[in-house]
Design a protein around this ligand. Structure first.
Ligand SMILES: CC1=C(CCC(=O)O)c2cc3nc(cc4[nH]c(cc5[nH]c(cc1n2)c(C)c5CCC(=O)O)c(CCC(=O)O)c4C)C(CCC(=O)O)=C3C
Ligand SMILES: [Fe+2]
Length: 346
């Protein structure tokens, strides 16, 4: 099938102090996140001058993908749009329409299924197309890539490098963004029994640990928000470091398997909060870098594109593991797949 563009679809982040509050309001609109949590998270952003690295990292990754497309002789202009901050997906899809784009592939910057990691990007696609009107380009989203060999090898090499900086016997701990337990239960089509997000995170961790030659590891969660009475996936990375310390562990390598770039949730929640806890306990700490700046990440994106443009055989390390994510115009992967949780009224 023929496509005339790629839309790089990401989360978005503030690019100056005045952007922070409106950005956070976009992220949490109608989601019942307590104002105290927002004030706290605002401080994390202001600590870095109100600038999240995420937009810069996306622009760098896009430049690498453009270069890789040129190297492989694939002609496809790349556009950049976000869910929560400028350039917003609505603005970008408007530009694509004005440029005469009819059909585009969409690369979402998340490797996983689940509401926040997959279905919400479909909602972004729907919203952006609705804003563009009846002639909006057709938008075909690329699939989950948690078990793609290029994703796994990139994290595995980075993990090996990080472990080499730590004393022998360091514990390897994978982390991904926590979500409400109810959201994880609703992840995947109902017949699958839920948990598609946490299961894929667990499988990616298993693959990376195996490729890095590590037999024992843990999978934990980070960056929890929402009111405390609502259960989220746990344990939290900071609590887990305490538990490991109590068990006599003296060194920890943290691999942010749930993310593709060193954005704010990584540089604050891990490099700051988790590292501080480890330091306080006298536990050696090192964080594995994410794939964003690895040349294999650009190769991965181009390979996912060529699955569509040239019918390239999808490469998966766990082909029997449930995965999806390839949607047309933001329609769900399957009926009731990753249904949005019931949200408190605004
Ligand atoms: C699964 C998942 C991913 C991974 C998939 C993916 O990468 O898409 C992810 C990524 C990210 N999350 C990010 C930032 C934030 N997430 C928040 C809040 C929330 N995240 C959730 C889930 C996820 N989030 C959920 C269930 C909430 C509660 C509110 C709601 O139900 O939606 C809040 C609100 C304040 C707070 O409470 O923390 C912020 C600021 C940034 C940008 C960092 C930067 O600026 O550099 C990125 C990449
Ligand atoms: Fe988040």
């Amino acid at each position: 099938m023929s496509f005339d563009a790629l839309l790089w679809l990401s989360f978005g982040g503030p690019e100056g102090p005045a952007d922070v509050r409106p950005f956070l309001e976009n992220v949490t609109r109608g989601r019942g996140v307590p104002p105290e949590r927002l004030d706290e998270v605002e401080q994390h952003y202001q600590h870095f001058g109100g600038v999240s690295p995420i937009n810069r990292l996306n622009r760098e990754a896009i430049a690498a993908v453009e270069a890789e497309l040129a190297t492989q002789g694939v002609k496809l202009p790349v556009y950049f749009g976000n869910r929560n901050w400028h350039p917003m997906a609505e603005e970008t899809v408007g530009t694509m329409l004005a440029d005469g784009v009819h059909r585009a592939l969409v690369f979402p910057t998340s490797a996983y299924g689940g509401y926040s990691a997959c279905r919400q990007y479909d909602e972004d696609i729907e919203r952006a197309r609705a804003a563009a009107g009846p002639n909006a380009p057709e938008l075909v989203k690329l699939r989950h890539f948690f078990d793609h060999p290029l994703f796994v090898e990139s994290f595995a090499d980075a993990t090996r490098q990080t472990l080499a900086t730590l004393p022998q016997g360091a514990r390897l701990v994978f982390t991904a963004h926590s979500v409400p337990v109810s959201a994880d239960k609703a992840a995947g089509p109902p017949a699958e029994g839920g948990g598609r997000y946490s299961k894929q995170v667990g499988e990616a961790s298993r693959l990376v640990a195996a490729a890095a030659g590590v037999a024992e590891y843990d999978v934990v969660w980070q960056s929890r928000s929402g009111p405390p009475q609502i259960p989220w996936l746990d344990p939290d990375i900071v609590d887990h470091i305490e538990a490991l310390h109590a068990d006599g562990v003296t060194a920890v390598a943290v691999c942010p398997i749930g993310f593709v770039s060193d954005h704010l949730e990584v540089i604050w929640d891990l490099d700051n909060e988790a590292a501080e806890k480890a330091d306080e306990l006298g536990v050696a700490f090192a964080r594995v870098s994410t794939p964003n700046s690895d040349p294999r990440f650009a190769q991965l994106v181009v390979e996912l594109i060529r699955e569509h443009t040239e019918g390239l055989e999808p490469r998966r390390l766990s082909p029997d593991f449930p995965a999806a994510g390839c949607t047309v115009n933001g329609a769900p992967c399957a009926p009731l797949c990753c249904e949005p949780a019931k949200r408190p009224a605004r």
